[in-house]
Design a binder for this molecule. Structure first.
Ligand SMILES: [Zn+2]
Length: 366
């Protein structure tokens, strides 16, 4: 299929003509191309930087068909590159499907017994195994490894780190030797210094960040994926934790100040990327909501979109709208920086040069 499009191309904000043939982008005219649009905004394929394809909404894991359905929902929302932050099933077969988003995998979550959601992660009885397991997952994934940094310790009744600082350093070094980056799930304050000083590349959630740990992130160049729409479930988590009042109060406090925390990190220069945490507690296809939430936490609308598009693509080593690059982009009828309603309704999604028109919201048909 040969396509021609004219519109405002982001992030440069210039009106351009572009052509698509053989699944790639060209700025030189291509013969016999069908014109898809003459006005509009053309945005590099959106990135959901924290997503779980294969985790069923409500808990447990999906089968292959369920994973495909989730990937289709992400595609139709414009999320064409997914950083999978831990999946209990092997979704490698999705790489063979030209109609589904590209996935960058972090292997499986690495946790300790009773210290994460059951059945999702690899549980280590002995923390000294962490460096070896991290290296294994680095070899199985696509350049990322996911560690659970803290979780409720029921014997204490509050969030506690899962690992000693020394073993974290060894494990992160082991991943780096394999050429992989490491990220960690972390809600509270106490696990942060050990993770950041050990050289972790990214933090997921990061609700417990303070001025001191934000400074550490800036010094180390650590990225943050706050998953704000998932943090908005903290009050429900607290409500259901009646046996653990200290933990419940802690979760409510982390939630209460999260937009300020993210705003402070952004102002200090911490690179922030958009991730929905779609999976067990968040439905797939909500990248527009996360971009909107970031815009409510101190990022400008341009920065919030960048965090879910060109800046995130650059961070993950994927090209934007460039000659010769894969034709993965999203077309909007209005400027997607004007708000959530525009972002949530792409006119067209183009993935590998194939066009996916908007679905009718009532019938679901294209
Ligand atoms: Zn997650």
């Amino acid at each position: 299929m040969r396509l021609h499009l004219r519109g405002v191309v982001l992030p440069d904000d210039e009106v351009r003509d572009l052509w698509v043939h053989d699944g790639t982008i060209s700025f030189e005219p291509v013969r016999d191309a069908e014109t898809l649009c003459r006005t509009g905004w053309i945005v590099p394929g959106l990135v959901d930087a924290h997503c779980h394809v294969g985790i069923r909404y409500g808990g447990g894991h999906t089968d292959r068909d369920g994973a495909v359905a989730q990937a289709e929902i992400e595609r139709d929302a414009g999320a064409l590159l997914l950083r999978d932050a831990g999946s209990p099933i092997d979704t490698r077969f999705i790489d063979e499907r030209a109609d589904l988003p590209r996935i960058i995998r972090a292997g499986r979550h690495i946790a300790r017994p009773k210290r994460y959601i059951r059945e999702l992660g690899i549980e280590l009885d002995d923390e000294r195994d962490l460096p070896r397991i991290v290296a294994d997952q680095a070899r199985l994934g696509d350049g990322w490894v996911k560690i659970v940094g803290d979780w409720i310790d029921r014997s204490v009744g509050d969030l506690r780190p899962l690992w000693s600082d020394a073993v974290l350093k060894e494990a992160i070094d082991a991943a780096h030797r394999e050429g992989a980056r490491v990220t960690a799930h972390v809600f509270g304050e106490d696990a942060l210094p050990g993770l950041i000083e050990a050289g972790i590349d990214c933090l997921e959630h990061g609700t417990g960040l303070t001025d001191d740990t934000i400074d550490m992130m800036v010094r180390h160049g650590t990225a943050l994926v706050p998953t704000l729409i998932n943090i908005d479930t903290f009050p429900e988590i607290a409500d259901s934790a009646t046996k653990f009042p200290v933990y419940a109060a802690h979760m409510r406090d982390l939630h209460r100040r999260v937009r300020e925390t993210v705003g402070d990190a952004h102002a200090a220069g911490v690179p922030i990327y958009a991730g929905t945490d779609a999976g067990g507690s968040i439905r797939h296809g909500r990248i527009a909501d996360e971009i909107d939430a970031l815009a409510g936490a101190g990022l400008s609308r341009h920065e919030a979109l960048a965090a879910a598009s060109w800046r995130a693509r650059d961070w993950l080593g994927r090209p934007d709208i460039e000659a010769g690059a894969p034709a993965d982009f999203v077309v909007y009828e209005a400027d997607p920086r004007t708000g959530r309603d525009v972002l949530d309704a792409p006119a067209f999604v183009v993935l590998r040069g194939r066009v996916y028109p908007r679905r009718d919201p009532v019938t679901g048909h294209r």
